[in-house]
Every structure is written in structure tokens, then in C-alpha cells.
Design a protein around this ligand. Structure first.
Ligand SMILES: NC(=O)C1=CN([C@@H]2O[C@H](COP(=O)(O)OP(=O)(O)OC[C@H]3O[C@@H](n4cnc5c(N)ncnc54)[C@H](O)[C@@H]3O)[C@@H](O)[C@H]2O)C=CC1
Ligand SMILES: O=C(CO)COP(=O)(O)O
Ligand SMILES: [Zn+2]
Length: 359
């Protein structure tokens, strides 16, 4: 091709480039954990590993993984009780002598492994023990700070091993929360499109299409999402992976995190631990869908059908705290423009909360 032809294909000023990182291996299924040795052999990440778990997930899967891998690799362990700067510091110390990390647990454990491995330039493997969040494969991590949650750059796992047997045995509340995290994609997308129209924020049509399709398929399959069923775990994990890919394509969490997530992060700050991440975002999504003028009742009934909470009362959260979280949402990640950043009044916030109880 001549230089002239190249110039025609690449008009002056074109300087876009995006590096999309995705895991190399994604294994979802029955007894998938038993295939960890083959996955690791495929990746060849080194000889020594740090297994990062929570207290519960150490019992649920951590020790089984340690038993499976010891003899083949030098295994050390770290328990990440919570996700804060001192835990990250301790974890970094434990990780410094090893070649690779394995995060075995819920979203906080996986984010801990993601952040520490990224900072040390080491590969990490994600072993979710619950289908509770869509950060399983994403390259971003959510870090709680004094001023609210921040989405920090990290890297995706080199491999994901999601054992549907283990995940199906986790409390159903966790799976319902993961479904709510995916259902909230509907409003995250509307917020992103809003920011595009009002502020010229760049959007990705591919990321939007995938994020929306993921939520649609999950809602279509809602009848199959039953407690204790491996098929349900299969359906939900696939949705979480797909949602994570949409974030990887976007290069940000935008396709899966909008005003409903800002509300969720604000709620977590006001009343830590009262709601799971996806539960808070699901409730937020009902309210922001109303503000967008969309079918908020459809969001509410999908959440209800799957077994996720739709009112603060179900989580023993006072309505006034939810109003406060709606008002504070604009302080969380202010650069992320959403429907909650358009001057919501306290009166309207109170109305939104009452709407959740409407028969
Ligand atoms: N990086 C990203 O892109 C994303 C990050 N997140 C983050 O992930 C976190 C939320 O994740 P969650 O998993 O909801 O919370 P979490 O990590 O706190 O886990 C919730 C609870 O589930 C328990 N658990 C996990 N597996 C279990 C099992 N098999 N049996 C019994 N108990 C089990 C854990 O011990 C914990 O008590 C938040 O910090 C959120 O911001 C959420 C979505 C995306
Ligand atoms: O939770 C997420 C997507 O579901 C992404 O998290 P952030 O809201 O921290 O970006
Ligand atoms: Zn989320």
C-alpha cells in the first residue's frame, strides 16, 4: 500500500488507541477447581503462589486449593479480612517473595489480589467463591477510601476458575446480589449515554451493547435462577463474566457502574455492611430508572423475582439513610456524571424512596 493510500485510510488527527486486556483462560463449570493445576501449567506463572482468601472462603475453597497445589508449587497464605490500605500493605508484604497470586473469595478478596498483583507486576488468578459481583474478570478494582469508593486501575486476572459447585452452595443472597449488579447495567448505560449527550463523554457502542445484552439475557433466564442450583450458578457467572468483558472493552467500569453505583458506594459509607454491593446497586437502579423516565417497575420486579431486596426495610436500613445516600451520591467520584448529578433535591430523594414501597 502506498503512503498516499495510508493517508486516505488514516485521516490527519486520528490518534486513538486502546489496549484491551482480558484473561487468557476462563474456566466455568462443575468441579472446575480441580483443573487449576492444568490452568496454571498452561500459564506458567512461576513456582510460588500466595493464596489470598477471606476467613470464610479459606474454609469454603482456600484450603482445598492449597491441598491441590502444594507439592507442585510453594504455597503461602494470606487472609484479607477487609479491603483497606493496611490490609493491602500487609498483603503486599506477603506477596513480595512469590511469583503469582490466587484470589479465592468474594469481590473484596479478588480486588485485593488484583490491586497487589498489579502493583508488583505479577499475574493473578481469580477463583470466585460466589457469583456476587461482576469484578470477577475486570481489570479495575474498587477501593474504599475516606472520601468514598474509587475505581482504581489494575489488571485483569490471567485466568478465572469459577467452580459452579462451590458457587451454588454459597448463600443465595450472594447470587441474587450478583444478579442485581448485572441488572443495574440498564441504568449504568443510561447514565453513560446521558454523560455523552450533556458533556460529550466518549462512549463505546460495543461495550454498551454487550452490557445491555448481558442484563437482558439474565432477566430472560430469571426463572432458572434458583437457590442451590448449579445451573443457576452457571447462568449468573456467565453474565458476570460478560459484564466484566464490557468493562474491559470500555477501559472503565462505565458500562456497569452509573448513578446507582454511586448511590451504592455512598450507602456503604453511611451504613457499612448493611447491604451487599449488588443489593445496594439494584435498589439504586430502581430509583435512577425512575429518574431516567424508564420502566423502573420492570427493574423492581426482576430484582424481586431473583430474590434481591427492593426496599431498604428488607435490609433493615432506615429510609432516611437511603435519602442521605442519594444526596451524597454526587460526592462519590464527581467526575462520573450521572442522573444523580443533575441537582436532585432532598424532596425528590424522599419521593424516590417512597416509590420503592409502592404496591
Ligand atoms: N473490581 C470490580 O470491577 C468490581 C468490584 N466490586 C467490589 O466487590 C465487592 C463486593 O463483592 P461481594 O462479593 O459482594 O462482597 P464480599 O467480598 O465482601 O463478600 C461478601 C461475603 O460473602 C462471603 N462469601 C463469599 N463466598 C462465599 C461462599 N462460597 N460461602 C459463604 N460465604 C461466602 C464472604 O466471606 C463475605 O462475607 C465490593 O467491594 C465492590 O465494590 C464489585 C463489582 C465490580
Ligand atoms: O461495581 C462495578 C461494576 O458492577 C464497578 O465498580 P465501580 O463502581 O467501583 O467502578
Ligand atoms: Zn457493581
Amino acid at each position: 500500500m502506498s503512503k498516499e493510500q495510508v493517508q486516505v485510510l488514516q485521516p490527519e488527527g486520528f490518534n486513538k488507541s486502546r489496549w484491551t486486556q482480558l484473561p487468557r483462560d476462563v474456566l466455568i463449570g462443575h468441579e472446575a477447581i480441580l483443573q487449576l493445576p492444568e490452568i496454571i501449567a498452561d500459564i506458567k506463572p512461576g513456582k510460588s503462589a500466595l493464596l489470598i482468601t477471606g476467613g470464610t472462603t479459606r474454609e469454603v475453597a482456600g484450603e482445598a486449593v492449597a491441598n491441590l497445589l502444594s507439592g507442585m508449587y510453594d504455597i503461602s497464605r494470606f487472609i484479607a479480612g477487609k479491603l483497606d490500605s493496611s490490609t493491602l500493605e500487609e498483603c503486599a508484604k506477603a506477596a513480595s517473595p512469590v511469583d503469582f497470586l490466587i484470589g479465592i473469595g468474594g469481590g473484596r478478596v479478588i480486588d485485593c489480589a488484583k490491586i497487589v498483583s498489579y502493583k508488583q507486576g505479577k499475574p493473578f488468578i481469580s477463583v470466585p467463591t460466589a457469583a456476587s459481583h461482576d469484578g470477577i474478570i475486570s481489570g479495575r478494582a474498587t477501593l474504599p477510601t475516606e472520601n468514598g469508593s474509587v475505581s482504581v486501575e489494575a489488571h485483569p486476572p490471567v485466568a478465572v476458575v469459577a467452580d459452579t459447585g462451590i458457587i451454588a452452595k454459597a448463600p443465595h443472597r450472594l447470587m441474587a446480589s450478583g444478579c442485581a449488579d448485572v441488572i443495574s447495567n440498564y441504568t449504568a448505560i443510561l447514565d453513560w449515554e446521558l454523560a455523552h449527550r450533556i458533556r460529550g463523554e466518549q462512549i463505546s457502542e460495543y461495550a454498551i451493547a454487550l452490557s445491555k445484552m448481558t442484563a437482558e439475557i439474565l432477566v430472560k433466564d430469571a426463572n432458572l435462577i434458583k437457590p442451590g442450583q448449579e445451573e443457576a450458578a452457571w447462568i449468573v457467572v456467565k453474565a458476570l463474566v460478560s459484564s466484566g468483558v464490557s468493562m474491559a472493552i470500555a477501559g472503565s467500569s462505565r458500562p456497569a457502574s452509573g448513578g446507582e453505583h454511586k448511590f451504592g458506594h455512598a450507602l456503604e459509607r453511611l451504613i457499612p455492611g448493611a447491604a451487599l454491593h449488588g443489593e445496594a446497586c439494584g435498589i439504586g437502579s430502581i430509583m435512577t430508572m425512575y429518574l431516567h423516565g424508564g420502566d423502573w417497575r420492570e427493574i423492581r420486579s426482576s430484582l424481586h423475582h431473583i430474590g434481591a431486596p427492593t426496599t431498604p426495610k428488607e435490609l433493615n436500613i432506615p429510609d432516611e439513610i437511603v435519602v442521605e445516600a442519594l444526596m451524597k451520591a454526587r460526592e462519590i467520584r464527581p467526575e462520573r456524571y450521572t442522573i444523580l448529578d443533575m441537582g436532585l433535591t432532598r424532596e425528590s430523594a424522599e419521593y424516590l424512596v417512597q416509590l420503592l414501597y409502592e404496591e
